[in-house]
Design a protein around this ligand. Structure first.
Ligand code: ATP
Ligand code: MG
Length: 192
């Protein structure tokens, strides 16, 4: 599962875990993005802070790990390159699933070399509050053919809202794992 994870929250964890259970995935890799050009203007936490929070959120769950693959890449990072690198490392495309929320999947046709993505993995997309599943109908057939849609308990939270709450001095307890909350506080993240 890729994401900016700025910061990681229970919406991400719930979507990832539901996908894992639904599809019988045995290893779940969280892939925080490097410095995505399209988010640069609003990006607040460094890649290292986002990576650290993702580690804290997933620590202790045997099936979970966090990859530095996009953070350590100096060039622009794209999902297609990351999938290709996982395949190069020995993972069979039939065994590779890319998990997103519905909002992300509905924008797939704007991703770099998106035409190649369905050959590299199965796409899994989880319902997300505020986005209609009917949007999937409009995606090209070659994407729909490799797409699995899953219904999950709806958790209407985003990283944007969490950052806003922190700026407005509202609490974020129960929206992110406790250790992530402590990390944000101790490092004075998202205050301005
Ligand atoms: P931002 O508000 O900064 O865009 P975000 O909450 O959307 O943050 P991202 O890091 O952009 O988080 O998303 C990573 C992935 O997690 C995307 O595929 C997104 O669709 C999915 N996702 C995020 N929040 C939820 C949620 N509440 N329910 C289901 N999927 C989610
Ligand atoms: Mg988002």
């Amino acid at each position: 599962m890729g994401g900016t994870f700025d910061p990681i929250h229970y919406g991400h964890l719930l979507a990832a875990e539901e996908a894992r259970i639904n599809l019988g995935i045995d290893r779940l890799i969280f892939v925080p993005t490097g410095d995505p050009p399209y988010k640069r203007a609003q990006k607040i936490a460094s890649a290292e802070d986002r990576y650290a929070m993702t580690l804290l959120a997933t620590a202790g769950v045997t099936e979970y790990s966090v990859s530095r693959i996009e953070i350590d890449r100096t060039e622009e990072t794209h999902t297609v390159d990351t999938l290709q690198e996982f395949i190069k490392s020995g993972i069979n495309p039939e065994d590779l699933y890319f998990i997103t929320g519905l909002d992300a999947m509905l924008s797939i046709t704007s991703w770099y070399e998106f035409e190649k993505i369905p050959e590299l993995c199965t796409l899994v997309t989880a319902r997300r509050p505020g986005y209609s599943v009917r949007g999937i109908e409009k995606l090209p057939d070659f994407i729909k053919d490799k797409l699995k849609y899953i219904e999950i308990p709806q958790f209407a939270i985003s990283s944007t809202e969490i950052r806003e709450r922190i700026r407005n001095k509202r609490g974020i307890r129960f929206l992110v794992p406790h250790l992530v909350e402590i990390y944000i506080e101790s490092n004075n993240l998202y205050l301005f």
